[in-house]
Design a protein around this ligand. Structure first.
Ligand code: ADP
Ligand code: PRP
Ligand code: MG
Length: 218
């Protein structure tokens, strides 16, 4: 094989890595190490020409866009917020499923606070998604950018509402919050560097096909 066959796949630790393992297995790819146990950021696989790189979930599109990784797996939340058109997204992998929601403290009169023309303080990791949602509703928002633990913001008066991911609802419940609006359904997608798809088509296309065949039914 020539060096152009070398393939780098960007993944984040945690749920994406865990839920991607069966898909990799279906494509005949087995990581040589567990990134939760190793401090290594480049993980070899059983294929001498395929390696994994472990990056933050929000950084996956960046690595793929610039071609530092040929493939990556990222949530629709991350991809929408990232924007850009350099990424080919051939496949919804149907993993890491959750919902993008607006939530407030229980008892907060969201209906009144979100009428067209009103002004709302919204804390979120997703400023563009939040801005787009509220501008479509005609609600003025002050966006407060956070990097995690959004659920805390309404409890300490940092914001009126949050825009965040909800899966079981346990985090909202534990913090006395309630979901008041559904923005979008979220799952993770395969992203491919457009130039790599052309140059390494013979290695990449079989992986896309194996992932498509192995993913859960819709
Ligand atoms: P981060 O450290 O950036 O929060 P995560 O591993 O928690 O990374 O999230 C990675 C992706 O998994 C998110 O971009 C989202 O698409 C999805 N996700 C996040 N939280 C949940 C959840 N509670 N249940 C299911 N999927 C989730
Ligand atoms: C995500 C998300 C919510 C929580 C929702 O956080 O930001 O806080 O999951 O899931 P639930 O509805 O099942 O409770 P995560 O567990 O990823 O924590 P972190 O991103 O702050 O590390
Ligand atoms: Mg998270």
């Amino acid at each position: 094989m020539t060096s152009s066959h070398n393939l780098t796949i960007a993944l984040s630790k945690g749920r994406i890595f865990d839920e991607t393992l069966p898909l990799l297995a279906a494509a005949g790819i087995t990581p040589a190490e567990d990134p939760e146990k190793s401090r290594k950021l480049i993980i070899d696989t059983n294929h001498p020409n395929i390696r994994l790189v472990i990056v933050r979930a929000t950084d996956v599109p960046t690595y793929v866009q610039y071609g530092a990784a040929d493939l990556g797996i990222a949530g629709r939340d991350v991809l929408t917020e990232y924007g850009g058109d350099g990424l080919y997204q051939p496949l919804d992998l149907r993993i890491a499923k959750c919902r993008m929601m607006v939530a407030v403290r229980k008892g907060f009169d969201y209906e009144a606070a979100s009428r067209p023309g009103s002004r709302l303080k919204v804390a979120t990791k997703y400023p563009d998604i939040a801005m787009e949602h509220f501008s479509n509703k005609g609600v003025h928002v002050d966006i407060i950018k956070l990097y995690g633990s959004m659920e805390l913001a309404p409890l300490v008066g940092l914001s009126d509402a949050i825009v965040d991911l909800v899966s079981t609802g346990n985090t909202l419940k534990a913090n006395n919050l309630e979901a008041v609006e559904h923005i979008s359904d979220v799952s993770s997608r395969l992203v491919v560097n457009k130039a790599a798809l052309k140059l390494k088509y013979e290695v990449i296309q079989p992986i896309i096909d194996a992932f498509r065949d192995a993913r859960q039914e819709a």
